[in-house]
Design a protein around this ligand. Structure first.
Ligand SMILES: Nc1ncnc2c1ncn2[C@@H]1O[C@H](COP(=O)(O)OP(=O)(O)OP(=O)(O)O)[C@@H](O)[C@H]1O
Length: 491
């Protein structure tokens, strides 16, 4: 249900105390006034600590700097019917016992009078004594249409010919998702006065967005310049992803397609799971947010779930985007789930519920090395669109990986290396190990002050012991599991 409908319902069903969590007080106040004018017949009294009651000429400056008096004022008005008392920053004062008592005493009469108190709060600070009386609502940041409207308005005010940017208006609007209206105003004023081209304008907004996202502490904004050309092999996975590359477009929506949820990539270390996450972001031209799972877990009870919820909200506000959850197996294991039914289980269940019910265009890429220890709930249908297994590369895939890395290091002379022979020598090597062997060869040749050759790479390969040789048991177990048909192979 939309915020507006939710609030309308609460106000018409005798909810006496409504606590609205928001970061945009001015916009919230405007929306409530608009609702009163258009949809509901109520009178409104607004109060803040410095000005007291300020919007009704008959009661100007009542209860200045006195929250208790602000509540007593309601009593003095003799409980007017169908009235809203909009109290700003009142969360700071409702921990005072005299304020709590007064509100409790008032609540019955407010109910009879069909009136309500709305507390506008920037933080969640509901005292336990009022828990049963308060309904909490969250005021969402502006949506696509609101941002679009505001941008047109700002362009007009600033006398900027919006037709110059018309082709980019959709991208501009998307880039500003996750910003408050106030932040959009400041940002657009700053950017338009610096006469940037459309693409630079969007780049700068994304830079500001990055700072906004990183304030959350658990999300890192990854600026990547990768595409599928940087990934050798994994053709089935790439094909699957290519078919969804326009999944977040208007055309896909009009076609009736549902927004894809995401994928779980399971595989041996160094087979390109992280690389694929970065490449999708570049290929689909969507921002990549990396979640630091370790930072979700806090020591205080309830704080970890709160951080998870906050992270989800930030990702949704920045959508469309890619959310990359690296090494999910390190945080959620079967063992953890059974031994720690507390925090770990609750954080997992918050995430699983979101994954199942997610409607916003946040494409989740979770990666894991271990599958046998992953909680089964995570693998269940409906969480991810698909689970892919990334095996050690085949001969053809190794050829492609050698080519990609040699082209990267020697864009002009890569053809002189005997890629076919090197690929044959590296059976059981991962992509990361192939890259490592080339780098090792380069170091050795550089030390001897000469260009590196195929022979240097052969020497490096001969001195290299790949993980598949040292961790045979684990790797065979995961390969057997994948081959048994439980998940889709990435190549
Ligand atoms: N298929 C591939 N094509 C090209 N390069 C690859 C491939 N696989 C791995 N690499 C190289 O190895 C590096 C490390 O791989 P990556 O971090 O993506 O592996 P991973 O599967 O995420 O490993 P881990 O499980 O250890 O996190 C990549 O940055 C890339 O340079």
């Amino acid at each position: 249900m939309s915020f507006k409908n939710n609030l309308k319902l609460l106000l018409s069903t005798q909810n006496v105390l409504i606590y609205i969590l928001n970061s945009e007080e001015e916009r919230l106040e405007y929306k409530i006034h608009l609702m009163i004018r258009q949809n509901i017949k109520k009178t409104i009294y607004c109060w803040n600590f410095i000005d007291g009651y300020y919007n009704n000429p008959n009661y100007l400056n009542k209860a200045i700097r006195n929250p208790l008096q602000a509540i007593e004022f309601i009593e003095q008005l003799n409980f007017p019917t169908s009235t809203i008392f909009f109290l700003k920053d009142f969360h700071v004062f409702i921990n005072d016992i005299s304020v709590i008592r007064k509100i409790k005493n008032l609540s019955r009469f407010l109910k009879q009078a069909n009136s309500s108190i709305i507390i506008s709060a920037s933080e969640m600070q509901v005292p336990s004594l009022l828990k049963d009386f308060i309904t909490v609502l969250e005021f969402p940041l502006p949506n696509y249409e609101e941002i679009n409207l505001e941008l047109h308005r700002l362009f007009k005010i600033m006398n900027v010919d919006s037709s110059i940017y018309s082709e980019y208006f959709h991208d501009l609007t998307l880039a500003y998702r996750g910003f408050s209206i106030e932040k959009i105003r400041i940002s657009i004023a700053k950017l338009l006065t610096s006469n940037l081209s459309s693409t630079h304008l969007i780049k700068n907004i994304l830079y500001e967005k990055r700072q906004l996202i990183e304030q959350t502490d658990v999300l890192e904004f990854y600026a990547v310049d990768y595409s599928f050309d940087n990934v050798g092999g994994l053709n089935v996975l790439k094909d699957w992803l290519n078919k969804r590359s326009k999944a977040f477009s208007k055309q896909a929506k009009n076609y009736g397609l549902t927004v894809p949820k995401g994928i779980l990539l399971i595989g041996i270390q160094g087979t390109g799971k992280s690389l694929i996450a970065k490449a999708i972001s570049g290929q689909w031209n969507l921002p990549l947010l990396k979640l630091d799972m370790g930072k979700i877990f806090a020591s205080l009870v309830g704080q970890s779930e709160e951080r998870m919820r906050h992270m989800i909200k930030t990702a949704e506000q920045s959508s469309p985007c890619i959310l990359w959850i690296d090494e999910i197996d390190k945080c959620f294991t079967r063992l953890n789930n059974y031994t720690d039914s507390g925090t770990n289980g609750r954080v997992l269940s918050t995430m699983l519920t979101w994954l199942s019910e997610k409607k916003k265009p946040v494409f989740v890429i979770a990666t894991a090395n271990q599958v046998l220890s992953l909680p089964s709930e995570l693998l269940r249908k409906g969480r991810f669109d698909e689970i892919f297994f990334l095996n050690l590369p085949s001969l053809e895939e190794r050829e492609k990986i050698f080519q990609i890395h040699l082209m990267k290091f020697r864009p002009l002379s890569w053809r002189k290396y005997d890629i076919k022979y090197l690929s044959k020598l590296t059976d059981q090597f991962s992509g990361a190990e192939i890259e490592q062997a080339i780098i090792e060869a380069m170091y050795n040749a550089f030390y001897e002050k000469r260009e590196f050759s195929t022979q240097d790479i052969i020497n490096a390969i001969n001195n290299f012991v790949p993980l598949a040789f040292t961790d045979t048991c684990n790797i065979s177990a995961i390969q057997d599991w994948a081959i048994s048909g439980k998940i889709r192979m990435a190549s």
